[in-house]
Design a binder for this molecule. Structure first.
Ligand SMILES: [Ca+2]
Ligand SMILES: [Ca+2]
Length: 91
Protein backbone atom coordinates (compact mmCIF):
# COMPACT_ATOMS: atom_id res chain seq x y z
CA UNK A 1 0.00 0.00 0.00
CA UNK A 2 2.38 2.59 -1.27
CA UNK A 3 -0.16 5.34 -1.07
CA UNK A 4 -0.85 5.17 2.63
CA UNK A 5 0.27 8.25 4.52
CA UNK A 6 1.82 9.85 1.47
CA UNK A 7 0.02 13.13 2.07
CA UNK A 8 -2.64 12.64 -0.59
CA UNK A 9 -6.09 11.25 0.05
CA UNK A 10 -6.57 7.96 -1.78
CA UNK A 11 -9.99 6.35 -1.64
CA UNK A 12 -8.56 2.88 -2.17
CA UNK A 13 -6.42 3.25 0.93
CA UNK A 14 -9.05 5.02 2.97
CA UNK A 15 -10.17 1.85 4.70
CA UNK A 16 -9.79 0.44 8.14
CA UNK A 17 -7.48 -2.23 6.78
CA UNK A 18 -5.16 0.44 5.44
CA UNK A 19 -5.33 2.59 8.51
CA UNK A 20 -7.61 4.99 6.67
CA UNK A 21 -4.82 6.10 4.41
CA UNK A 22 -2.76 7.08 7.38
CA UNK A 23 -5.08 9.98 7.95
CA UNK A 24 -4.33 11.49 4.56
CA UNK A 25 -8.02 12.16 4.00
CA UNK A 26 -8.20 14.03 7.27
CA UNK A 27 -5.08 16.08 6.77
CA UNK A 28 -3.50 14.84 9.96
CA UNK A 29 -0.02 15.27 8.57
CA UNK A 30 -0.66 18.57 6.86
CA UNK A 31 -2.51 20.46 9.54
CA UNK A 32 -5.90 19.96 7.93
CA UNK A 33 -5.02 20.49 4.29
CA UNK A 34 -6.29 17.50 2.35
CA UNK A 35 -4.92 16.85 -1.11
CA UNK A 36 -7.93 15.59 -3.03
CA UNK A 37 -6.54 15.13 -6.51
CA UNK A 38 -6.71 11.34 -6.39
CA UNK A 39 -9.94 10.66 -4.53
CA UNK A 40 -13.66 10.85 -5.14
CA UNK A 41 -15.08 10.37 -1.66
CA UNK A 42 -12.28 12.10 0.21
CA UNK A 43 -14.04 11.40 3.47
CA UNK A 44 -12.25 11.80 6.73
CA UNK A 45 -12.80 8.27 7.94
CA UNK A 46 -11.33 6.79 11.04
CA UNK A 47 -11.94 4.28 13.73
CA UNK A 48 -14.03 5.24 16.67
CA UNK A 49 -10.96 4.62 18.72
CA UNK A 50 -8.55 6.04 16.22
CA UNK A 51 -5.95 8.47 17.39
CA UNK A 52 -3.59 9.70 14.69
CA UNK A 53 -0.57 10.53 16.77
CA UNK A 54 -0.59 8.61 20.01
CA UNK A 55 3.08 9.39 20.54
CA UNK A 56 2.25 13.08 20.72
CA UNK A 57 -0.26 12.77 23.52
CA UNK A 58 0.91 14.57 26.61
CA UNK A 59 4.15 15.86 25.11
CA UNK A 60 3.43 19.37 26.33
CA UNK A 61 2.60 20.74 22.89
CA UNK A 62 -0.91 21.17 21.57
CA UNK A 63 -1.42 18.97 18.56
CA UNK A 64 -4.66 20.02 16.95
CA UNK A 65 -5.30 16.68 15.28
CA UNK A 66 -4.95 15.00 18.65
CA UNK A 67 -7.36 17.31 20.42
CA UNK A 68 -10.21 14.82 20.11
CA UNK A 69 -11.88 12.41 22.44
CA UNK A 70 -10.07 9.46 20.89
CA UNK A 71 -6.76 11.02 21.88
CA UNK A 72 -7.94 12.05 25.32
CA UNK A 73 -7.77 15.60 23.95
CA UNK A 74 -4.04 15.35 23.51
CA UNK A 75 -3.60 14.43 27.12
CA UNK A 76 -4.56 17.94 28.14
CA UNK A 77 -1.88 19.58 26.00
CA UNK A 78 -4.50 21.78 24.39
CA UNK A 79 -6.17 22.83 27.62
CA UNK A 80 -4.85 26.37 27.16
CA UNK A 81 -5.95 26.48 23.56
CA UNK A 82 -9.72 26.36 23.65
CA UNK A 83 -10.00 27.31 20.00
CA UNK A 84 -7.58 24.67 18.87
CA UNK A 85 -4.47 26.77 18.99
CA UNK A 86 -1.84 26.20 16.41
CA UNK A 87 -1.45 22.61 15.40
CA UNK A 88 2.07 21.67 16.26
CA UNK A 89 2.30 18.76 13.89
CA UNK A 90 5.93 19.05 13.07
CA UNK A 91 8.15 16.04 13.22
CA1 LIG B 1 -2.60 8.55 0.69
CA1 LIG C 1 0.60 16.92 22.27
Amino acid sequence: MAYVANGECDDQSNTQRCGFDGGDCCGFKTGGNVTKGLCFDCDCKHDEDFCPFTHKIGDGMCDKANNILQCAFDGGDCADFEDGGLGALTG
